[in-house]
Design a binder for this molecule. Structure first.
Ligand code: NAI
Ligand code: AKG
Length: 533
C-alpha cells in the first residue's frame, strides 16, 4: 500500500483544514507556535506545509524540508515564504487568493469609519469613566474622496463598499485598465494626483520592491492637510516614522494600521499612544467566514496536489485542474522517461530541446509535459530536480525550449517526440501510449522500436551483419547478465543489411563497466550505453 502524504499545519487554522486533509487521504499534524529551529527539525517528515502568516518559510526551513512538495498559504500574502528558494527546491507554493478578500475589505472600511469618528479613542475614554462628548468631533465620509492604492481583489471590493457610503473613489494602480476603472466606477489617477486629492487613503497592494515605502516621507508630505490613512495590506508600504511625524504635526488627522513593518511590533513602537493613531493586530482576515473559506480552500488545493497532482492557485507553476491531472498523468510519466533517455544518452550537453505532441496529446496542456521532459532529462545529473524547478533551471542555464503541437494523427493515435540538440548532433526519441496509460518508446535514432523504458537496459548501435547477436548474447551471458527483452530495428530510411541496426535490450542485471567495454569491443559496434529507468 502506498504511504499517505503527510501534512503539517504550523499556524492556527480553522479545524476544517485538518478534516479536509484527512477526508482526502492525507495524514495531518497540527503543531503551532514552534520556533524556527523546532520547525526546521520537524519539517523533513512532511510532504505538505499549511501556513498562515506566522510561520516564516525561510531558506533554512526549506533546506531542511527534504520531502516537502507543497506549501499552502491559507490567505493571500506570501511574503512570509521564500518563493525563489521553494522553486529551486521544487516545492509548489499556493495561496487562496479570494477566501478572505471581502473580510479584509470590510476591515478597511471599519478602520475608515473608526478614523472618521475617532471611535477607538472615544470608546477608551468613555470606558475609563469620562464623558468626553465635546472632545470628539468627527467627519462625514459622504462626499469625501477615497484614494485607493491598489485596486485588485480587495481594493475593488473596498471601492464598491465606499461607493455605497457615497464616497468618490480615485484609484492608483499601474495595472488598472481604463475599462476596468469604468466597470468599478473609479477614476484612474496617478499617485501624485491621488495624494493631492484624497481625504482618505487606503492601501491594497502586495509588498514588493516597487511598493515598499510607497507612502514615503516625501509622499506623505504631498498628501492633503487632514488626510486619514488606512493600511490593511502589508507593513512596509508606509514609512512609520514619517507617519508619526505627520500625526504629531497635525498634517495627518488619523492613521489606522492593521499591519506593521515588524510583526508583532515592539511594545514601545513610536506610533503607540500617538493622538489620531489606531491599530489592530493584523486582523484583516480574522472573521469566522474568511477563516473557514481559506482553511477549506487551502486543504482542498494541497490535498489535490498531493493526491492527484492537480495544481490550483500556485504562484510558481502553471495551474493544472483536478480533471486535467489524471489525463496528463501517463503523459507526464512518458515525458519523464523520454527526457531521462535523452539525458542518459547525451549528458549535460543539450543546448536546445523541442517537445512535439501529435494526435490526442496535442489537445493537452503542454506546459506540464515539457516540465516533465526537462525534469527527466536533468534528473540524470541531479537528484533534486523535479517538474517545479526543472523549467527554472533550464531557463537559468540558457536551454532553448520549444513546444510544437500537431493536431493530426500520424502512425500513432498519440505521440510525444523529444528533439534535443547538442553542439555535435540532434537526438530524437518518440513515445506513445497504448490503451489508457501503457507507455512505450516507439522511435529512437531514426529507428522504429517498441519497448518499455523500465529497469536496466542497454542501447546499442551496430553495423547490421550476421553473427552479431550471437556474440552479444555470449558476452552478456559470460558476465552473468540475463536478457529479459530484446528489441531490434534497422535505421530508417535505408533499412537494409549492412546499414545500422539499433538494439534496446531489457536486462535482469545491470552490466558492469567491463561488460559494457566488452560489448563496445565487439566487431561492428558503434555505440553502447547502459541505461536505467
Ligand atoms: N490584513 C490582512 O489580514 C490581509 C492583507 N492582505 C493583503 O492585501 C494585499 C492585496 O490583496 P489583494 O487585493 O487580494 O491582491 P491583488 O493581487 O488582487 O491586488 C493587488 C493590486 O495591487 C496592484 N499593484 C501592484 N503593484 C502596485 C504598485 N506599485 N502601485 C499600485 N498598485 C499596485 C496590482 O496591480 C493589483 O491590482 C496583499 O498584500 C495581501 O497580502 C490580504 C488579506 C488579508
Ligand atoms: O492569515 C491571516 O490572518 C493574515 C491574512 C493575510 O495577511 C493575507 O491573507 O495576506
Amino acid at each position: 500500500m502506498s504511504q499517505k502524504p503527510k501534512v503539517l499545519i504550523s499556524d492556527k487554522m480553522d479545524p476544517n483544514a485538518a478534516r479536509i486533509f484527512e477526508e482526502r487521504g492525507c495524514d495531518v499534524d497540527v503543531i503551532t507556535g514552534e520556533t524556527p529551529e523546532q520547525l526546521a527539525a520537524r519539517v523533513g517528515e512532511y510532504d505538505g506545509l499549511a501556513i498562515r502568516s506566522s510561520t516564516k518559510v525561510t531558506k533554512e526551513i526549506l533546506a531542511a524540508a527534504d520531502n516537502l512538495k507543497v506549501i499552502g498559504r491559507a490567505g493571500i500574502g506570501v511574503d512570509n515564504v521564500d518563493i525563489p528558494a521553494a522553486s529551486a527546491k521544487g516545492v509548489v507554493v499556493m495561496n487562496t487568493p479570494f477566501g478572505n478578500s471581502i473580510t479584509t475589505a470590510e476591515h478597511a472600511i471599519a478602520l475608515i469609519m473608526a478614523l472618521a469618528r475617532q471611535i477607538p479613542e472615544a470608546n477608551a475614554e468613555t470606558q475609563a469613566g469620562e464623558w468626553p462628548k465635546s472632545k470628539f468631533m468627527g467627519v462625514e465620509v459622504t462626499g469625501k474622496t477615497l484614494g485607493l492604492i491598489g485596486s485588485g481583489n480587495i481594493g475593488s471590493i473596498v471601492a464598491s463598499r465606499a461607493q455605497g457610503l457615497k464616497m468618490k473613489v480615485v484609484a492608483y494602480d499601474p495595472f488598472l485598465s481604463p475599462e476596468r476603472a469604468l466597470e468599478l466606477g473609479v477614476e484612474k489617477v496617478d499617485l501624485g494626483d491621488l495624494l493631492a486629492r484624497a481625504d482618505f487613503i487606503t492601501l491594497h497592494t502586495p509588498l514588493t520592491e516597487e511598493t515598499r515605502n510607497i507612502l514615503s516621507r516625501e509622499r506623505l508630505e504631498q498628501t492633503k492637510q487632514g488626510v486619514r490613512i488606512v493600511n490593511c495590506a502589508r507593513g512596509g508600504l508606509i514609512d512609520e516614522a514619517a507617519l508619526k511625524d505627520g500625526l504629531d504635526s497635525g498634517h495627518i488627522a488619523g492613521a489606522a494600521l492593521d499591519v506593521f513593518a515588524t510583526e508583532p511590533p515592539p511594545a514601545d513602537h513610536p506610533l503607540f499612544g500617538t493622538p489620531g493613531f489606531t491599530c489592530t493586530p493584523h486582523l484583516g482576515a480574522s472573521t469566522t467566514e474568511a477563516q473557514v473559506n481559506v482553511a477549506l480552500q487551502v486543504a482542498e488545493q494541497m490535498a489535490d496536489y498531493l493526491v492527484t497532482g492537480g495544481v490550483t492557485n500556485a504562484l510558481n507553476v502553471p495551474s493544472l485542474s483536478a480533471e486535467e491531472a489524471p489525463r496528463l498523468k501517463p503523459y507526464i510519466a512518458l515525458a519523464e522517461k523520454l527526457g531521462s533517455l535523452v539525458g542518459q544518452l547525451e549528458g549535460p550537453g543539450v543546448k536546445s530541446l523541442t517537445v512535439e505532441v501529435e494526435g490526442a496529446a496535442a489537445e493537452l496542456n503542454l506546459k506540464p509535459i515539457t516540465a516533465a521532459v526537462l525534469a527527466g532529462m536533468m534528473r540524470t545529473f541531479s537528484d533534486t530536480i523535479n517538474m517545479v524547478n526543472a523549467p527554472i533551471l533550464a531557463k537559468e542555464n540558457g536551454l532553448d525550449v520549444r513546444e510544437v503541437r500537431r493536431g493530426k494523427e500520424g502512425n500513432y493515435h498519440t505521440l510525444l517526440r523529444v528533439v534535443a540538440k547538442t553542439p555535435d548532433r540532434t537526438r530524437e526519441v518518440a513515445g506513445s501510449l497504448f490503451g489508457e496509460d501503457e507507455m512505450r518508446l516507439v522511435e529512437i535514432a531514426g529507428t522504429r522500436i517498441e519497448t518499455d523504458l523500465e529497469g536496466h537496459m542497454i542501447y546499442i548501435v551496430n553495423e547490421d551483419a550476421p553473427g552479431f547477436i550471437g556474440r552479444l548474447g555470449s558476452t552478456l551471458g559470460n558476465a552473468g547478465v540475463n536478457i529479459g527483452n530484446f528489441h531490434l530495428g534497422r535505421r530508417l530510411p535505408d533499412k537494409h543489411q549492412g546499414g545500422d541496426a539499433v538494439l534496446m535490450l531489457s536486462l535482469d542485471q545491470q552490466p558492469d563497466d567491463a561488460t559494457v567495454k566488452a560489448i563496445c569491443a565487439l566487431e561492428g559496434v558503434k555505440k553502447v550505453k547502459s541505461l536505467s529507468f
